[in-house]
Design a protein around this ligand. Structure first.
Ligand code: DGT
Ligand code: CA
Ligand code: CA
Ligand code: ZN
Length: 603
C-alpha cells in the first residue's frame, strides 16, 4: 500500500463544524472504498450531515458530553472522535485509515461519476492516484476496461475532469465576493480615513470565477492603509508590500491586491483596473483618435501635454463621447458599438427582482421550515416566494409523493394566509423524466401556482436525446419554467450536452420560461447563454434555489449573470408585481410571451 499526499489536508487546522463534517464524510468514503458495510459507513455520513446543520459550534460543546450525546446519531464512537478533533485538531483513526488505503481515493471520488468502489479499483488495478492520472488513463482507453465502466461512462468522466481543470485556480464568485466584502469591512474599520474603498477587476464585472481580487481606495496616509491591510486577521501570506500597493493571500487561498491612489486619480484608476483588458484597450484607441492619452491619472492631451482629471467613470466615458457602460458589459463583446449607437440595454438590477421562484424547505432537502424560509425571503426584500420542493422521483432529495404534495400545498396556503409582508406560491421543482414526461400527473400539476421542471437524472444523454427530452417537457401546458437548464456545477460538473438554440426556439414557441439559477455553485443559465437567449427572444426567471435561510441573498449572483447577458427587467417574469405575476401565470402558456411583450412596451 502506498501513502502519498492527498489533495485533502492530513489534519484539520482549527476544528470548525465544517472541518469535522468533512473528516466524517471522508471516513465514510474510505470505509466504503474498503468494502465496509453500509451500516457502518452510514453512521459517519449521517453524522457529517447532522453536523453541517447544527446551530452551534461543536468546539464550544466538546467538554459537555451530555450535550454531544443529545445530538441525533451521536453515539460513543462519534462523540469521542468529535472531542479528539476539537482538542487536537486531528484524528488518529482517520490518519491510520488514510495510511492503510491507496493514495488518491478522496481526490478521485470528488469527480462526478467516480464512486468509492471505482476509485479503489482505479487505484489498485491501474495505479491511478490523481485526477491527472485518471485523465491520462481515460485518454489511453485503459480506464474504460474497468468492471461496469465502458467507453461512454469514461468519456463523461473526462468531460467533468476537463471542467475542473479548465477552471484551474480560479475561485467561484460566490466565494470571492463575500470574502472581498469582509476584507473591505475589516479594512474600513481598521483605517477609518480610507475613502472610496471598492473592488475592481473581474469581480466588479461579475465574472463567474475570479483569478484575483483587485481593490482600490484613496487616502491621505497610504502607509497606514498598507499596514492595516497586511495586518488583517484573514491574511495568510503577504506577497508584496509597497508604499501604495500590496498583495496578500487570504486563509481561503484568495489573492487580493490593494492600491491607494490620490482622490483625483481614483476614477481613472478604477476604470483601468475594472477592465476587461480588451475593453480598456478599445477605450484607449478611441481616446487616441481624439488626441488624448488615457492613463491612470486621467487623460493627457497629446498636443499640449496637459492632463485633465475626472471625478467619475461617467465623466471619462462622456469625454470619449459615450454613455456610461456598466462593468458587467465591459468585455469587448459589442458594448462600445452599442454605446455609440445609443443602444445599450437598460440592465436589470437587484431592486427590480420582486419575487423568488425557486426554494426548498425541510419537506424535501431544504434545511428550514416553510415559515422560516418565508420570513427569510421577506427579510431579503422579496414580495413573494414560490415554495418549490422536489418531486417524487428525486428520492435522494426526499421528493414528495402526490399525497405529500397535496399536504405541502395546504401548508403553504395556510402560511400564506397567516404571514404578513410576503405572499407564498405553491409549486414544485419537478424532475423531468428520462423521456421528457412529467413526474406528477397533469391534474396534480394544474393545482400548483408554479411548476419548475429540472433535469436531475440521466444527465449523460447524447445531445439529440437530451434536446428532445427537454423540448418534450416544455410542450406540457403545466410546466412553466425550465430550471438550471444545463445542470453544470461550477468547476465540478460539466453541463449536459444540448442544442441551446433549439431549446430557446422551443421555449418561445411553447411559452416556457428559462430560469437563471442564482445558486452560487450553479449560475445556470450563464452569461453567454443569457445573451444568446435574449437575442432569440426568450423570457427568464431568476431563482435562488435556496435550501437555507441565508441563501436568498444569492439573488445578486443571478442578477450579475443576467446583466452580463445584457438582460433587461422587462424580460424577467419575477420583476412583475405579485398581482401581475398572478395574471402572468393564469395566462395560458401560448399568451405569456405576448404578456411580457406588452409589459416591455408599457415601461
Ligand atoms: P482575473 O483576475 O483573471 O479574474 O481577471 P481581471 O480582469 O481581474 O484581470 P487582472 O486581475 O489581471 O487585472 C485587473 C484589471 O487590470 C484588468 O481587468 C484590466 C487591467 N489590466 C491588467 N493588465 C492590463 C494590461 O496589460 N493592459 C490593460 N489595458 N489593462 C490591464
Ligand atoms: Ca483580478
Ligand atoms: Ca490582479
Ligand atoms: Zn434542481
Amino acid at each position: 500500500m502506498t501513502q502519498a499526499e492527498d489533495a485533502v489536508p492530513p489534519s484539520v487546522k482549527s476544528a470548525s463544524n465544517r472541518d469535522i463534517a468533512r473528516v466524517f464524510t471522508d471516513i465514510a468514503t474510505l470505509l466504503q472504498a474498503r468494502g465496509d458495510t453500509i451500516f457502518k459507513t452510514r453512521a459517519y455520513s449521517r453524522a457529517a450531515d447532522t453536523i453541517d446543520n447544527l446551530q452551534f459550534e461543536l468546539a464550544d460543546a466538546a467538554d459537555d458530553e451530555d450535550r454531544l450525546r443529545a445530538i441525533p446519531g451521536f453515539g460513543d464512537a462519534i462523540v469521542s472522535k468529535v472531542q479528539e478533533l476539537v482538542r487536537t485538531g486531528r484524528l488518529e483513526f482517520f490518519e491510520k485509515l488514510k495510511a492503510e488505503m491507496p493514495a488518491g481515493i478522496l481526490e478521485l471520488t470528488q469527480v462526478p461519476g467516480i464512486g468509492p468502489k471505482t476509485a479503489m479499483r482505479a487505484a489498485e488495478g491501474l495505479g491511478i492516484h490523481s485526477r491527472e492520472q485518471l485523465a491520462a488513463s481515460i485518454e489511453s482507453g485503459q480506464f474504460e476496461q474497468l468492471p461496469r465502466m465502458g467507453k461512454k461512462a469514461a468519456q463523461n468522466i473526462l468531460r467533468h475532469l476537463n471542467t475542473r481543470m479548465s477552471q484551474g485556480e480560479r475561485i467561484a464568485i460566490g466565494t470571492a465576493l463575500p470574502e472581498a466584502e469582509r476584507v473591505m469591512a475589516a479594512l474600513q474599520a481598521a483605517c477609518p480615513g480610507i475613502r472610496n474603498l471598492t473592488y475592481a477587476g473581474s469581480l466588479r464585472r461579475h465574472r463567474e470565477t475570479i483569478g484575483d481580487v483587485d481593490m482600490l481606495c484613496s487616502a491621505d496616509d497610504p502607509g497606514a492603509v498598507m499596514d492595516a491591510f497586511s495586518s488583517l486577521t484573514a491574511v495568510r501570506n503577504i506577497m508584496a508590500k509597497g508604499e501604495t500597493k500590496s498583495m496578500v493571500v487570504l486563509d481561503s487561498g484568495l489573492q487580493v491586491d490593494l492600491r491607494v491612489v490620490p482622490d483625483a486619480a481614483f476614477a481613472a484608476t478604477l476604470l483601468y483596473f475594472t477592465g476587461s483588458k480588451e475593453h480598456g484597450i478599445r477605450l484607449r484607441d478611441r481616446a487616441i483618435n481624439r488626441g488624448l492619452s488615457l492613463n491612470e491619472y486621467g487623460a493627457t492631451d497629446t498636443a499640449t501635454g496637459k492632463t485633465e482629471t475626472f471625478t467619475s467613470e461617467e465623466q471619462i466615458y462622456q469625454r470619449l463621447g459615450l454613455p456610461y457602460i456598466p462593468p458587467e458589459l465591459r468585455e469587448d463583446s459589442g458594448e462600445l458599438a452599442a454605446a455609440e449607437r445609443g443602444e445599450l440595454p437598460q440592465l436589470i438590477t437587484l431592486a427590480d427582482v420582486r419575487g423568488d421562484l425557486h426554494s426548498h424547505t425541510d419537506w424535501t432537502d431544504g434545511r428550514a421550515y416553510i415559515e422560516d424560509m418565508a420570513n427569510a425571503a421577506k427579510d431579503a426584500g422579496f414580495e413573494y416566494l414560490a415554495v418549490t420542493d422536489h418531486s417524487k422521483s428525486a428520492t435522494v432529495a426526499n421528493g414528495l409523493s402526490v399525497e405529500r404534495l397535496a399536504e405541502h400545498n395546504e401548508a403553504v396556503r395556510v402560511l400564506d394566509n397567516k404571514l404578513d409582508g410576503i405572499h407564498l406560491l405553491t409549486g414544485t421543482e419537478m424532475d423531468i423524466l428520462i423521456d421528457g414526461k412529467m413526474d406528477y400527473p397533469d391534474d396534480a400539476l394544474a393545482e400548483l401556482d408554479i411548476v419548475l421542471g429540472s433535469i436531475h437524472s440521466y444527465m449523460d444523454q447524447d445531445r439529440a436525446t437530451m434536446t428532445a427530452r427537454i423540448i418534450t417537457a416544455m410542450q406540457n401546458e403545466n410546466l412553466d419554467i425550465i430550471a438550471h437548464l444545463t445542470t453544470r456545477l461550477i468547476g465540478k460538473r460539466a453541463p449536459v450536452e444540448l442544442d441551446f438554440d433549439a431549446i430557446c426556439k422551443a421555449a418561445v414557441e411553447t411559452g416556457t420560461v428559462l430560469e437563471i439559477n442564482a445558486s452560487t455553485q450553479r449560475l445556470d443559465l450563464k452569461d453567454l447563454h443569457i445573451r444568446r437567449a435574449m437575442d432569440l427572444g426568450v423570457i427568464f426567471s431568476i431563482g435562488t434555489d435556496s435550501h437555507r435561510m441565508h441563501q436568498f441573498v444569492d439573488a445578486r449572483y443571478g442578477v450579475g449573470m443576467a446583466r452580463r447577458g445584457w438582460c433587461t427587467p422587462q424580460r424577467v417574469i419575477n420583476t412583475l408585481s405579485h398581482a401581475d405575476f398572478l395574471r402572468f401565470v393564469s395566462t395560458p402558456k401560448s399568451g405569456r410571451y405576448a404578456f411580457m411583450d406588452r409589459y416591455e412596451h408599457q415601461s
